[in-house]
Ligand binder design. Structure first.
Ligand SMILES: C[S@@+](CC[C@H](N)C(=O)[O-])C[C@H]1O[C@@H](n2cnc3c(N)ncnc32)[C@H](O)[C@@H]1O
Length: 250
């Protein structure tokens, strides 16, 4: 059985073809709607430089590029970056790159850095989590903006554990969600050509206050907490937990 239960599970799973099959319906339309709401809210300008951190196949990056000319998408999964580049063709932007959000180095200072659709909270150590936010802060202009779109831990706890089966492209995925004090786990089991696979996604359940503290520790003031992609305010039972931090100038 091919399995991924190690602490760096995200390296194998997000780079596997089966991850892309399971989530193939992840919507470019949803991404477009969210980005157009953010564009209205922030009044993105053509000359803004924007980073989509943990961009996957780049659905938000393509959308961002309608508002700002220079958009960079960064992801650890080389297969996703390959697919994003294939969609892009010969255009200069979005400029997709392979890199680790904990330690990336990019030659630009950004006006906005966006970390969307729960592309955080995978790491074992709090130091790694803080490194991500520190590295973001280093890459922002003074008063630059960091948007983190994360799962809402309160709602995940309210919904509790679950099990379901999905058949996609002829593959039967058995999905089992469990929750403990600090993490939500999604166990994914399936079989292809008589070979059994088993992956477990593991995402940390941050309370809003602890994420806010991490932002502040890296030099951000939290200026907004949204609860969904229409940018309604955050409540305990909101669909999402979307933090907006502004880099303080000293
Ligand atoms: C849930 S997916 C979201 C992808 C994309 N933002 C979207 O909405 O389609 C999380 C992404 O984070 C990326 N990721 C995980 N760990 C990473 C790391 N250490 N550095 C950069 N990207 C990482 C994964 O490869 C994956 O593409």
């Amino acid at each position: 059985m091919l399995s991924s239960s190690n602490s760096e599970w995200f390296k194998d799973w997000f780079n596997s073809p089966y991850y892309h099959i399971l989530y193939k319906n992840r919507s470019f339309v949803e991404a477009d709607l969210f980005i157009s709401n953010l564009a209205n809210y922030f009044s993105f300008k053509k000359e803004d430089i924007i980073l989509d951190l943990g961009c996957g196949k780049g659905r938000h990056s393509f959308s961002l590029n309608k508002y700002a000319e220079r958009v960079i998408g960064l992801d650890l999964a080389s297969e996703s970056i390959k697919e994003a580049n294939a969609i892009k063709g010969n255009a200069l932007y979005p400029d997709f790159r392979v890199g680790d959000m904990r330690s990336f180095q990019i030659e630009f200072k950004f006006d906005y850095i966006l970390n969307l659709f729960t592309s955080f909270g995978y790491f074992d150590s709090l130091v790694d989590n803080q490194n991500v936010i520190d590295t973001v802060a280093k890459h922002l202009e003074d008063e630059g903006v960091f948007v983190m779109d994360y799962l809402n831990s309160e709602k995940v706890r309210q919904n509790g554990p679950s099990e379901e089966m999905k058949v996609i492209d002829g593959i039967e995925f058995q999905l089992k969600k469990t929750i403990d004090a600090n993490f939500v786990y999604k166990n994914i089991e399936f079989e292809v050509n008589s070979k059994k696979y088993n992956f477990t996604e593991r995402v940390q359940l941050f309370e809003i206050e602890s994420l806010q503290k991490m932002f502040e520790k890296s030099g951000f003031s939290v200026i907004e907490n949204f609860g969904d992609y229409n940018l309604n305010p955050y409540f305990n039972d909101s669909d999402r937990m979307i933090l907006v931090g502004k880099k303080e100038t000293y």
